[in-house]
Write a protein that binds this ligand. Structure first.
Ligand code: 2AM
Length: 188
């Protein structure tokens, strides 16, 4: 990073190859959908946004204080957002996991300790499959009906990552900035 430059960050969980492969099977069937690149399918735990070098360094260090056992996730729904009006996002959702919420809360505390502003938005774990623009709800309904029975897992999550995101006209590129293991004992 050059001095004065800002970096766009988020914290996420990556998915095992076999899960991503099953998600790729969901990535078609809505005309006009901009489907996420299969390598970029992930579960965002916290979007941080643009930060400067000093805050970036504090975030990297602070996230290493997160102590959590591995988390088991079950993917169990396919939906769209927002609930009314034209749909903008197609997503896969998860069975509620207290362990995931606890991990997310620890990450939030670590980020606030580092100097980030607290997140006020509700945590709604999902994997974005596609972004939609001007796609009417009646084109999305058959897709949602077709995939209503989707489920995948359990999936063991053994680490989370700090990512940077480079935006360009071709789309975004995600770069792993740090990886944080989850361990039952708290030791790496
Ligand atoms: P999404 O999964 O809901 O699309 C990298 O861009 C990740 O950060 C994406 O997974 C995206 O969430 C999330 N993200 C991007 N911009 C965001 C914003 N303004 N608010 C919340 N999350 C955002």
């Amino acid at each position: 990073m050059v001095p004065g430059e800002m970096i766009r960050l988020f914290v996420a969980v990556d998915l095992p190859e076999e899960v991503r492969r099953s998600l790729v099977g969901l990535c078609c069937g809505v005309p006009g959908g901009r489907w996420v690149n299969p390598e970029q399918l992930h579960l965002t735990l916290r979007f941080i946004g643009e930060v400067d070098r000093a805050l970036f360094d504090r975030i990297r260090v602070s996230l290493s204080s997160v102590v959590s056992p591995p988390v088991t996730l079950v993917l169990n729904s396919v939906g769209s957002f927002p609930p009314t009006g034209p749909p903008r996002v197609l997503w896969v959702g998860f069975q509620r996991s207290e362990a995931l919420v606890s991990l997310r809360n620890q990450i939030e505390n670590a980020l606030v300790t580092a100097g980030c502003e607290a997140e006020t938005r509700h945590f709604s774990p999902h994997i974005t499959l596609a972004r939609l623009k001007d796609v009417p709800r009646n084109l999305v309904a058959p897709y949602l009906a077709e995939h209503a029975g989707f489920s995948q897992g359990p999936v063991d999550v053994k680490e989370f990552r700090l990512y940077s995101s480079l935006l360009s006209r071709q789309g975004s590129r995600h770069i792993v900035e740090a990886t944080y293991p989850l361990s039952a004992t708290g030791a790496p």
